[in-house]
Design a protein around this ligand. Structure first.
Ligand code: KG4
Ligand code: ZN
Length: 343
C-alpha cells in the first residue's frame, strides 16, 4: 500500500511516500526555520502563508522522488494536530482536496504519536512491548508506557516548559539563533559542565513529571544577573557561555535519563522508543547508550525532525485499524492520544 504523508503542523512543509507503513520511497522537507529566525521563534501567520505557497511543490517533489504517479497512491495521511491552527489548516485542506480530486481515502493522524512511530517503523517485525515511549520536542515532553502501536498510557509529562522549548529559551537568553536546540548543543561541545549548580525541578508526588522553568530562570540570572529579563545584556564571557550551555544540557538530560531508568524498572519495560526533535541531540544519545541497559530505538536520520514519512507510516497503521477519515475531520491545535494513568 502506497501512502502519501503530509505534515504542516509548525514550520516544516513536508511530504513523503511510504510503502506498507515502513519503506520510505521519498521524504521531502522544506524547513522554514531560517525565515522565522529573525522573530526568535515561529511566526504563525508567516508559517501558514509559506505552507500555502510550498505545499503543492513539496508534494509534487515527493511523488517525483518516489517515482510514482498520484494514480498509484492508495491513501493520503495528514497530521491533524496538535500544532498551529493556520498551519494545520493548510495540510488538512490539501489532503482533503487531493483525496476528493483523486478519489482516494485519507486519514488524519496525531503528530506526536507519529514522532514515536518514527522510531518503530524500521522494526515493525520485532517491536518490544511493553516499552517506554520518550517524546522530547518543541511542544511536548512525554514518558508513555507503550503496549501496542496506538495504545499508550501517560507516565510523566512537563508541568511547564517542554524540553525543546527550554532549549530554545536558553538559546535566546544566550543570544543564539532559533531553533535553539542544535545551537546550544554545538556550544555545549566546547564547554565544561557542572559549573553552576543548575538543577531540574521536582514535581510533588509525581516522580516522573518534569519542570524546567525554574532552571531556565536560574540560567537567566546566572548570565544576566538576578532580576534581569531575557533582553538584558549578557554579563559573562564567550567561554563562560559555553560552560553555561554544557551545564544546562547536562542538567536537563541527567533528569531525563534518571527518570527513564526508574520508570523502566518500576513498570518492567523492555525497551525505549524515542521521538521528537530533541532526540537528535548526540549528547543525549551517548548518555543513554552509556547509562541504560535496555534496547534503545532512535528515529533514523531525517526522521527526528518534523517530516511526512512518519505521518504516512502511522497513517497506514491507523487506516488498517480504523479505516478512513471522513471529510468533516477538523484540525486540532490540542489533541490527546494517550490514556492518563497516574504512576
Ligand atoms: O519535534 P520538533 O521538530 O517539533 C515539534 O513538534 O515541536 O522539535 C523541535 C524542537 C525545537 O525546540 C528544537 O530546538 C529542538 O527540537 N531540537 C533540539 C536539537 N535539535 C532540535 N534540542 C536539543 N538538541 C538538538 N540537537
Ligand atoms: Zn514535531
Amino acid at each position: 500500500m502506497l501512502v502519501l504523508g503530509i505534515e504542516t503542523t509548525c514550520d516544516e512543509t513536508a511530504a513523503a511516500v511510504v510503502k506498507d507503513g515502513k519503506e520510505i520511497l521519498s521524504n521531502v522537507i522544506f524547513s522554514q526555520a531560517k525565515f522565522h529566525e529573525k522573530f526568535g521563534g515561529v511566526f504563525p501567520e508567516m508559517a501558514s502563508r509559506m505552507h500555502y505557497n510550498s505545499l503543492i511543490p513539496v508534494i509534487d517533489e515527493s511523488l517525483k522522488e518516489a517515482k510514482v504517479s498520484h494514480k498509484e497512491i492508495d491513501l493520503i495521511a495528514v497530521a491533524l494536530g496538535p500544532g498551529l491552527m493556520g498551519a494545520l489548516f493548510m495540510g488538512l485542506n490539501a489532503a482533503k482536496t487531493l483525496a476528493w480530486a483523486w478519489d482516494k481515502p485519507y486519514v488524519g493522524v496525531h503528530h506526536v504519536e507519529a514522532h514515536l512511530y518514527a522510531s518503530m517503523m524500521e522494526h515493525l517485525d520485532h517491536l518490544l512491548f511493553p516499552s517506554l515511549g520518550v517524546v522530547l520536542s518543541g511542544g511536548h515532553t512525554l514518558f508513555l508506557k507503550i503496549t501496542a502501536i496506538g495504545n499508550y498510557e501517560l507516565i510523566g509529562t512537563t508541568i511547564d516548559d517542554a524540553i525543546g522549548e527550554s532549549f530554545d529559551k536558553v538559546a535566546a537568553i544566550l543570544g543564539l539563533p532559533y531553533p535553539g536546540g542544535p545551537a546550544v548543543e554545538n556550544l555545549a561541545k566546547m564547554g565544561k559542565s557542572g559549573c553552576y549548580g543548575f538543577k531540574a525541578g521536582l514535581v510533588k508526588e509525581k516522580p516522573f513529571h518534569f519542570s524546567f522553568s525554574g532552571l531556565k530562570t536560574k540560567v537567566l540570572y546566572t548570565v544576566k544577573g538576578v532580576g534581569s529579563c531575557s533582553k538584558s545584556p549578557l554579563l559573562i564571557s564567550e567561554d563562560e557561555k559555553k560552560d553555561v550551555a554544557a551545564s544546562f544540557q547536562e542538567t536537563v538530560f541527567d533528569d531525563v535519563i534518571h527518570k527513564a531508568n526508574k520508570a523502566c524498572r518500576l513498570f518492567d519495560l523492555k525497551a525505549i522508543y524515542f521521538g521528537g526533535g530533541v532526540v537528535n541531540n548526540e549528547y543525549l544519545r551517548k548518555l543513554f547508550k552509556e547509562q541504560c541497559s535496555l534496547p534503545l530505538f532512535w528515529p533514523s536520520r531525517g526522521m527526528s525532525l518534523d517530516n511526512g514519512a512518519m505521518i504516512a507510516g502511522l497513517g497506514f497503521q491507523k487506516y488498517l485499524r480504523s479505516g478512513k477519515s471522513t471529510l468533516d475531520l477538523e484540525a486540532k491545535a490540542r489533541l490527546p492520544f494517550f490514556y492518563t494513568q497516574a504512576p
